[in-house]
Design a protein around this ligand. Structure first.
Ligand code: ZN
Length: 317
């Protein structure tokens, strides 16, 4: 595992590995005065590297005040247990998915097997989800909108809530430096799989909220878990790409319904084939989210369980 470190802001150090070819996983250490936080803990295999990062930054274990989990996916909370044990820090995470931290079986079932008829419980699927998680652990405090984390030396992080990729996720804005740190609010678009979102309307609202925040709060830099650091201009472009990506997915889903025999499984397979993406559980949840969204917009109707057709009253496209 090749680890790299970079000072990405005067008070932020990035620890990074390549999760898959071309897909980095970045964990950020934000420094204050005699106190610091990690934004996410990455995967369990990253633990030694994170301890090294804090040693190189001149901190002792006891200086780690919190791990602020952007969201509760396995590749963002995977090292929480070890950090907690090694440092006595506290974990702050979104309330909705608290149980994903303490109960890995539910984490696995709700994440990878929300459509159990389509995805069987296999050793391979289980290990994909579980192997990067260390140990079940408590969430000490739920993140909330506007929550402030004063680390001293002028560093105050503010929690900002989002949805889309999950039903609840948080970004952290350093109010002094104008650096916004995000997990997966903006999902990967070029990966060989559909990174995924579970609510399309939530994702659209989050894109709008991000655009507003960046503009009104003087954001200068955005740091994300799976993208390189971006300045304002680069991030604005990424937001536009995410808008276009959502629209593209919607069109593929609608087109797959139009082709007939519209079960969730056939629609999902058609969409993945058309977009050249892997057939896996994240894409299935995403296609389902788009179907729900199209039903809500009365462009598609659900005729039976996991069965869809074009709403004849729809004039869409
Ligand atoms: Zn995620």
């Amino acid at each position: 595992m090749k680890v790299s470190r970079a000072q990405v802001d005067t008070n932020v150090i990035e620890t990074s590995i390549e999760l898959a070819p071309g897909i980095p996983l970045n964990v950020y250490l934000v420094k204050g005065k005699g106190k610091f936080v990690f934004i996410d803990s990455g995967i369990q295999q990253l633990h030694r590297a994170l301890m090294q990062t804090l040693a190189e930054a001149g901190f002792s274990h006891a200086d780690l005040a919190y791990v602020l989990n952007t969201h509760s996916h396995h590749d963002h909370i995977g090292g929480n247990g070890q950090l907690l044990k090694a440092t006595g820090c506290k974990i702050i995470a979104p309330r909705t998915y608290r149980h994903w931290h303490s109960d890995f079986e539910r984490h696995y079932q709700e994440f990878a097997r929300s459509f159990p008829g389509i995805f069987e419980d296999t050793a391979e699927l289980r290990s994909e989800v579980m192997d990067i998680l260390d140990e079940p652990h408590p969430v000490h405090e739920a993140a909330t909108e506007g929550m402030l984390m004063d680390l001293g030396a002028g560093t105050v992080l503010e929690g900002i809530s989002f949805s889309g990729h999950m039903m609840e996720e948080f970004g952290w804005l350093d109010r002094h430096s104008g650096t916004l740190i995000l997990g997966d609010v903006i999902t990967l678009m070029d990966a060989p799989f559909i990174h995924g979102h579970v609510t399309v309307s939530g994702y659209r609202e989050s894109l709008d909220k991000l655009a507003r925040q960046v503009k009104e709060r003087g954001v200068k830099q955005v740091l994300m878990a799976h993208f390189p650091p971006m300045d304002r201009q680069q991030f604005d472009m990424l937001l536009q790409q995410a808008h276009d990506y959502l629209l593209k997915l919607e069109k593929y889903v609608f087109e797959a319904v139009r082709q007939g025999n519209g079960t969730l499984e056939t629609i999902w397979r058609t969409v993945c084939k058309g977009l050249n993406k892997k057939y896996e559980f994240r894409s299935l949840a995403t296609v389902h989210a788009h179907l729900e969204d199209l039903v809500a917009k009365q462009r598609v109707r659900q005729v039976a369980e996991q069965q869809y057709e074009i709403d004849p009253a729809s004039s869409f496209y």
